[in-house]
Design a protein around this ligand. Structure first.
Ligand code: ADP
Ligand code: MG
Length: 257
């Protein structure tokens, strides 16, 4: 059975989508079977995987509202070597439509279970909010990967996320845990970033991944070519860091209960 992880942080622009897409491609390169679920109406993960969000025949929206199955809606990332359950603007409406429905938190979990055995990893790219969509992700996940920039307000922002995860753990999904914090867009020349990084390690210990993702322009350029950075420029420092992170995740899941 696969390990299901949410890539979450309620802040926007912190590297969630870049992490989802490149971790997926990295895992695929080391032989893992991967499904990416785009849970953000912006559809950036979909596009970054090389799938045109405007041309989806069915999307995560249809899956959540039960008008398509995951098997029907998923497509292949041409360059990435993994499957994608895509999203587009339609998904923004799901939030409102779900509120009136039963099992509204558990829709994604129910939808994924028939295909789960086909994957080693399912990675869910969450929107920048603690919304009903994110809740659907948290309800079906084993754990949360939190990408973060080592900035002054980073720790403060973590409090809300950690509290939400605790609540979901207590009330909805007892297996949910924080898998780890991933330092992204890291620039070691900036003293403040080193300081925040040290603080993270002293607060969270081995919950901080060893892999550190540097700020690297190749990772930012890759989506406009419809390719994960790991595929677009495998020798770049950013790609190498995500490959190292993928290997670390493969090891880390072996230690999970
Ligand atoms: P989120 O999904 O959290 O909103 P993104 O992954 O979309 O964040 O990243 C926000 C922006 O930063 C994007 O333009 C992306 O290309 C860029 N970016 C992300 N990670 C890196 C990195 N390690 N180096 C350089 N640019 C990055
Ligand atoms: Mg995003």
């Amino acid at each position: 059975m696969p390990r299901i992880f949410c890539i979450a942080n309620q802040k926007g622009g912190v590297g969630k989508t870049t992490t989802t897409v490149n971790l997926a491609a990295g895992l695929a390169q080391v032989g893992q079977r991967v499904l990416v679920v785009d849970l953000d109406p912006q559809g950036n993960a979909t596009m970054g995987c090389g799938v045109d969000k405007r041309k989806l025949e069915a999307s995560i929206y249809d899956v959540l509202l039960e008008s398509a199955t995951v098997a029907e809606a998923r497509v292949r990332s041409p360059a990435g070597g993994f499957d994608v359950l895509g999203a587009n603007r339609e998904l923004a409406g799901a939030e409102v439509e779900l509120v009136g429905l039963d099992r509204r938190n558990e829709r994604l979990a129910a939808a994924l279970s028939p295909v789960a055995a086909e994957y080693d990893f399912i990675l869910i790219d969450c929107p920048p909010s603690l919304s009903l969509l994110t809740l659907n992700g948290l309800c079906c996940a084993h754990g949360v990967i939190v990408p973060m920039q080592c900035e002054y307000f980073a720790l403060e922002g973590l409090t809300d996320l950690v509290n939400t995860i605790k609540q979901v753990h207590a009330n909805l999904n007892p297996r949910l845990q924080i898998i780890g914090l991933l330092r992204v867009m890291f620039d070691p020349r900036i003293t403040l970033q080193q300081q925040v990084s040290d603080q993270l390690k002293s607060h969270f210990g081995d919950k901080v991944f060893n892999a550190v993702i540097p700020r690297n322009v190749r990772l930012a350029e890759a989506p406009s070519y419809g390719q994960p950075g790991v595929v677009f420029d495998p020798s770049s420092r950013g790609a190498q860091a995500y490959i190292a992170f993928a290997r670390e995740m493969v090891d880390r899941v072996k230690t999970l209960r």
